[in-house]
Design a protein around this ligand. Structure first.
Ligand SMILES: [Fe+2]
Length: 206
């Protein structure tokens, strides 16, 4: 079965000035949709029709099929990213809050570290908060690379740092996009759910 573009979990105008409806029109409706079409066009040739998205990503990575890897990984990365955002301001609580304080000192220190990692990431890619064993870690991956293809890297939160994520609303000011998103638009409930190590499943399909 072909992969599909998942619906956004909120209205396109739900974020006001933080992320405009026009950004969602392009980022979700054009860019994410293009990755879905590009991956679907390659599944037959790769002998992967009917495989789950996560399986396609891993098999394409193992086979060195960068074209299929990029398209399929970008489907998964974006499907995960939409869920990491919330139009209602939230705060980390419970076990997640305790782990953030244990591993970073405070939520503000975690956000500063994420912002530094994402702002300093050269060119296109994704910033990540992952679970490495029992420890929270901030890192980033280049281009379409994804925790799905890295054993032991359990995804909790991602920030898209491709220019298409922020250029309409912030032009080239990536730090301003990061500041707004990290302070006002993170779905900490979703991040906390992913502490069960099943984050990959939450953006999988097929
Ligand atoms: Fe993107």
């Amino acid at each position: 079965m072909a992969f599909a573009l998942p619906d956004l979990p909120y209205a396109k105008d739900a974020f006001g000035d933080i992320i405009s409806a026009e950004t969602f029109d392009y980022h979700h409706g054009k860019h994410h949709n293009a990755y879905v079409n590009q991956a679907n066009d390659q599944l037959g040739e790769a002998g992967l029709e009917g495989a789950k998205l996560s399986e396609v990503i891993r098999k394409a990575s193992e086979a060195g099929n960068s074209k299929l890897f990029n398209a399929s990984a970008q489907i998964w990365n974006h499907s995960f990213y939409w869920q990491c955002l919330s139009p209602e301001q939230q705060e980390p609580s419970g076990k997640l809050k305790e782990m953030i304080e244990r591993d970073f000192g405070s939520k503000d220190e975690l956000l500063a570290k994420l912002k530094q990692e994402c702002a300093g990431h050269f060119a296109s890619g994704w910033g990540w908060l992952v679970l490495d064993g029992e420890t929270l870690k901030v890192t980033s991956l280049h281009d379409a690379d994804t925790p799905v293809a890295h054993d032991g890297m359990k995804p909790l939160l991602t920030i898209d740092v491709w220019e298409h994520a922020y250029y309409i609303d912030y032009r080239n000011a990536r730090p301003d996009y990061l500041e707004a998103l990290l302070k006002k638009a993170i779905n900490w409930e979703f991040v906390a759910q992913n502490l069960d190590g099943k984050g990959v499943e939450r953006a999988d399909q097929g």
